[in-house]
Design a protein. Structure first.
Lengths: 806, 248
């Protein structure tokens, strides 16, 4: 096909095909997050972004190395790749979930990293095909690449939002079938025969995809629960926030009562278990409407706040299985507000579990609010006698790298301001040895009290432990005089141990569940001293409070601890710390290896080494420019995504708004980039804007937090628009400059940018863990400034970005 | 067909890995040699480290018994070659056979006597039950995964452990007909200590509950019932891991 033919062929069906394919690829990226969360663990799901970028990076190299052949056979190439995307989307996932990767064995079995790498590579394949097809269109329709690029970005932006809608209507496998079906539809749109053929091909793809069944890891809690004799799935719901599975067991009933006092006269009643993406469970107690709640709930450490005064107005941050509501009702609460981000979760308790839970959510005293805890709080005017939440961890600490905005200093400070006079904040969670989560809870509370200018935090705090749980109670004001007595009665009648309460004596510690060393008591004492910093610095685990900038409450990793834990591995020391931090490091190493080896490989094979020298251009400086852009773009995107998660209060909504926003506005910026002569100016503008956002967004978000969700969504789009617009400029400007002076370097620029994009995702994750999201943004801004410094010289008016891929 | 292709591909990958990682020997003599080496390793690892036991080394009886029991009989065929590595191994159904060092520790901490009757909740492969059977008079073990329980029962019978009884079902209520027990080991995940098990523990008896995940033990909970029937709970790490505040 020559140039004239190509321009004739760029009709609406072709543009539609490009948009469909681009949207399907981005939708698949988001869907993989969900699919991996179900079959493996959430933290490996984040690899999906890297996978997609690896596919795009390799594709860039392949295409630029074979540009001439692709241009002359565009229809066949596009059709083949689009159809291959559809087929491989299903096949790759099907293969990937059969690869025997088992995260808990990562440090026991040398084959596990190889299996992980295999998953990484297999899942990159569909993205490679999608990228091939779109890049081929960009290269072929060189004179009209603006329209192609527009269709690509519009499709991608739409796909990011649409997949959330698809997930509300279809189960995950159905969504996979739908997205894979778009591949053949896109293929059919560019070949003669039209829509009829497209429909047939799509149906064939759906049939193909219908063979996929999800195979969760046998080590996930749901898989294990279903192995127990008598286990039965009694209800299931899927949605963008998770797949909920309800399990009942009549032969070996669930008997979940974390840390139940040995003195409890009764055990838990009949229970059902809700697994979210196969993890959990959240327990639902059988309850009869109007009957008193089960008395065992008074024999958990979480009952403590109800023994320190009357709690009539209660706010529960998280619905769980409704146990918190029953506990509040048991203790006479008159008004119970509950926040829950997943409407599907609420619907499950209202519908499928309505009778079992005794119409719990329909009780007149119970009020459920859909949304993240802090978003709900921001719009609430009520004050509560008790705000309670659970601080759970994850299997083997593998989820340590996950952000948790409920457990930061800012969150605690916010909770404390929402308490009625005499009100309490209560946080309960599983105990860990050696202590770390409990100590971080204390440190966080102390920091939050410090913000409220509390002079003696020890007078505001109570903490108790059972053999499996810990509960901390915090008051904005000093606790009343009778608190010590009430705590003593509570722990003595239940066989619990106090960790701290006002006027506690050392001999009261470590008496019932005896530790070799009174770790909790000693550490609490040190943390409540005037200057706890030296103690936190000395403690073997990282226990400094989590903040909104570094919201990783469950990450206690210290590099210094690693050699000791590895040395103790043979002596059962594997449980001594959380491995999530190292998973991110491993992902970065893999990304570096994959990017460095795979992305430039096609270019090396094709012998594209570039020209030896070009007047006015330095190859190291030019490659540095594209490396900096690749790293910076994703660092900005990932870091601001986290900022918007907190603002929008909904991770999926934030992901959709950010992905779509950055894509669409970067596309518009790219289209407008020819108005700017110097590539360095766009990079400088991006750096300045990023730094302005870094400083300005937190107070702005705090100010705008009371707005309704829709308004916050619109504000988010408006905020992303200028940043995305400028971020879209430096890359096409750089390519255009290069194309004008040294076209043979273009493939290398493309490849280096692809490499950087693959590496940026885990790199940003690790930087955030180590230094916080502000540091990620600051580093990205510095990279943009570096890019501005080493940017290629300005291109002439004759060389516009539209022609860069020629 | 669609399901077949990936299965075949993974099979090929698995075989390739197995070819690299797995040795072909399954000869009993070689296993015995590996077992002896493993026990030397476990013994050496424990030397001077057993603060949990209040001793400097493992009870020689525990090491001797573990040195006789063919761990390779308790792991899946495909993992036999790794049977004598000091690591936990998957045994199917989302369960694992514990790390030998941890097995030695948990067995030792029970301070068993030859005439004891022991209850185990969570049979798994039956390896722990076999060790207990060599050390005490009677072992009663309960497994909630039917396939695992049945396989363990068959395996223990085949290996000649006539003093072990295996039951598939709910371990929460213990084994009232055979109570009381001198020792109880609860390897199944428990969010609270089942009161029936406390009741079935003899005065002077001891219960051990490892807490953690399939491939690791985070800490151990020990429940002691004194001769007067009073309960004391202790929690401890499986390893010596002090001081916690760096060099201070």
């Amino acid at each position: 096909m020559d140039q004239a033919d190509a321009e004739v062929a760029l009709r609406r069906p072709t543009l539609l095909a490009i948009a469909l394919l681009s949207g399907a690829a981005l939708g698949l990226e988001v869907l993989l997050l969900r699919l991996f969360a179900i079959i493996q663990w959430h933290h490996f799901a984040s690899m999906a972004i890297g996978l997609a970028l690896l596919g795009w990076g390799v594709s860039g190299s392949v295409l630029t190395a074979t540009a001439e052949r692709v241009r002359t056979r565009f229809s066949a190439f596009f059709t083949g790749n689009a159809a291959a995307f559809g087929v491989s989307a299903v096949a790759a996932f099907s293969i990937a979930q059969r690869i025997p990767f088992n995260p808990p064995e990562l440090l026991w079995d040398w084959r596990q990293p190889l299996w992980l790498a295999a998953i990484y590579l297999v899942l990159a394949v569909p993205f490679l095909f999608a990228a091939n097809a779109i890049a081929a269109a960009l290269m072929t329709f060189r004179g009209r690449s603006g329209r192609v690029y527009g269709a690509d970005l519009l499709g991608a932006g739409t796909g990011a939002v649409a997949v959330v809608g698809v997930l509300t209507q279809l189960p995950e496998t159905g969504a996979l079938a739908f997205l894979s079906g778009l591949g053949p539809v896109a293929a059919a749109l560019v070949i003669p025969g039209g829509p009829r053929k497209a429909v047939l091909l799509a149906l064939a793809a759906l049939l193909w995809a219908s063979w996929v069944d999800l195979r969760p890891s046998p080590f996930k809690p749901l898989s294990r629960a279903l192995q127990v004799v008598g286990a039965d799935v009694v209800a299931e719901r899927s949605g963008p926030l998770g797949r909920l599975t309800v399990v009942a067991n009549s032969e070996v009933p669930f008997r979940d009562a974390p840390g139940l006092a040995l003195t409890s006269p009764t055990g838990p009643p009949e229970q059902r278990a809700i697994f979210v993406d196969g993890e959990g469970p959240l327990i639902v107690d059988r309850h009869q409407q109007g009957a008193p709640p089960p008395p065992y709930l008074d024999h958990l450490t979480s009952a403590l706040p109800y023994h320190l005064g009357e709690r009539r107005q209660v706010l529960l941050l998280g619905l769980g299985g409704g146990r918190g509501i029953l506990q509040a009702l048991l203790h006479g609460a008159q008004h119970i507000d509950v926040t829950e981000p997943d409407s599907g979760h609420v619907a499950l308790l209202r519908d499928e579990l309505e009778d079992f839970s005794g119409h719990l959510l329909e009780a007149s005293r119970v009020h459920v609010h859909i949304g993240q805890p802090r978003s709900v709080l921001a719009t609430a005017e009520r004050r509560w006698d008790l705000i309670a939440l659970e601080a759970g961890g994850s299997a083997a600490g593998l989820g340590a790298a996950g952000a948790d905005y409920r457990l930061t200093v800012e969150a605690f400070a916010d909770y404390l301001t929402r308490l009625a006079p005499g009100g309490l904040l209560a946080v309960s969670g599983p105990i860990d040895l050696p202590p770390r989560a409990a100590l971080r809870l204390l440190a966080t509370a102390v920091a939050a009290l410090g913000r409220a200018h509390a002079d003696a935090p020890g007078r505001h705090l109570v903490m108790v432990r059972s053999w499996q749980t810990v509960t901390m109670v915090v008051s904005a004001d000093p606790l009343p005089a009778g608190t010590a007595g009430a705590v003593r009665v509570f722990v003595e009648t239940r066989g619990f141990d106090p960790i701290h309460f006002p006027d506690m004596r050392s001999e009261e510690a470590n008496r019932r569940v005896i530790l070799d060393v009174p770790w909790f008591y000693d550490a609490a004492k040190a943390l409540l001293e005037v200057n706890a910093e030296p103690f936190m610095a000395r403690w073997k685990y990282a226990i400094a409070p989590a903040t909104d900038d570094r919201p990783f409450f469950h990450d206690f990793f210290r590099w210094a601890l690693l050699p000791e834990v590895l040395a103790l591995r043979e002596r059962g020391g594997m449980g001594l710390f959380e491995w999530g931090h190292l998973v991110v490091v491993a992902a970065l190493i893999q990304a570096v290896l994959a990017a460095v080896i795979l992305v430039p490989l096609p270019l090396l094979i094709a012998g594209r080494r570039g020209t030896a020298s070009t007047p006015g251009l330095s190859r190291p400086r030019t490659l540095c420019y594209f490396l900096a852009l690749g790293l910076a773009f994703l660092c900005i995107e990932i870091a601001f995504l986290e900022r918007f998660v907190l603002f929008l209060g909904h991770p999926v909504l934030a992901a959709a708004v950010c992905l779509a926003g950055f894509l669409v506005f970067a596309g518009l910026g790219s289209q407008a980039s020819h108005r700017i002569e110097r590539p360095g100016r766009a990079a400088t503008a991006t750096a300045i804007l990023s730094l302005a956002y870094l400083a300005g967004l937190p107070p702005l978000f705090e100010f705008l937090a009371p707005l309704p969700t829709e308004a916050r969504g619109l504000v988010s789009v408006a905020l992303i628009a200028p940043l995305g617009f400028f971020m879209g400029m430096p890359f096409p400007l750089g390519l255009a400059a290069l194309d004008a002076r040294a076209p043979r370097w273009v493939p290398w620029a493309w490849a280096v940018n692809g490499c950087a994009s693959v590496i940026a995702s885990p790199l940003a994750g690790l930087m955030a863990l180590e230094f916080g999201f502000s540091a990620v943004i600051a580093v990205a801004a510095c990279l943009y400034l570096l890019a501005a410094t080493v940017a290629p010289p300005a291109t002439t008016a004759l060389c516009k970005p539209d022609t860069v891929l020629s | 067909m669609v399901g077949l292709i990936p299965t075949v591909l993974v099979l090929v990958l698995s075989l390739a890995c197995a070819a690299v990682g797995a040795a072909s020997e399954n000869d009993e003599a070689i296993f015995a040699e590996r077992r002896a080496a493993l026990m030397r390793e476990v013994q050496a690892l424990g030397l001077g480290e057993l603060q949990l036991l209040g001793r400097r080394e493992f009870d020689p009886r525990v090491i001797e018994v573990m040195g006789r029991i063919p761990r390779h009989e308790f792991v899946p065929e495909a993992l036999r070659d790794s049977a004598y590595a000091n690591r936990p191994l998957p045994i199917g159904y989302g369960q694992t056979i514990s790390q030998p060092y941890v097995v030695a520790l948990m067995t030792d901490v029970l301070a068993l006597e030859p005439g004891d009757r022991v209850l185990e909740v969570g049979t798994g492969s039956g390896y722990q039950a076999a060790i207990l059977a060599e050390l005490v008079e009677r072992v009663f073990t309960i497994e909630i995964v039917a396939a695992l329980g049945e396989a363990a029962a068959g395996r223990l019978a085949r290996l000649g452990y006539e003093n072990v009884r295996v039951r598939v079902g709910d371990g929460y209520f213990g084994w009232p007909d055979e109570a009381p027990f001198d020792a109880i080991i609860v390897t199944a995940a428990a969010t609270h200590v089942p009161p029936p098990l406390v009741q079935q523990l003899k005065p002077g008896g001891r219960m051990v509950i490892p807490v953690g995940h399939q491939f690791e033990v985070q800490y151990l909970t020990l429940v002691d019932k004194d001769p007067d029937g009073r309960i004391t709970m202790r929690q401890t790490l499986p390893v010596a891991f002090v001081p916690l505040t760096g060099g201070n």
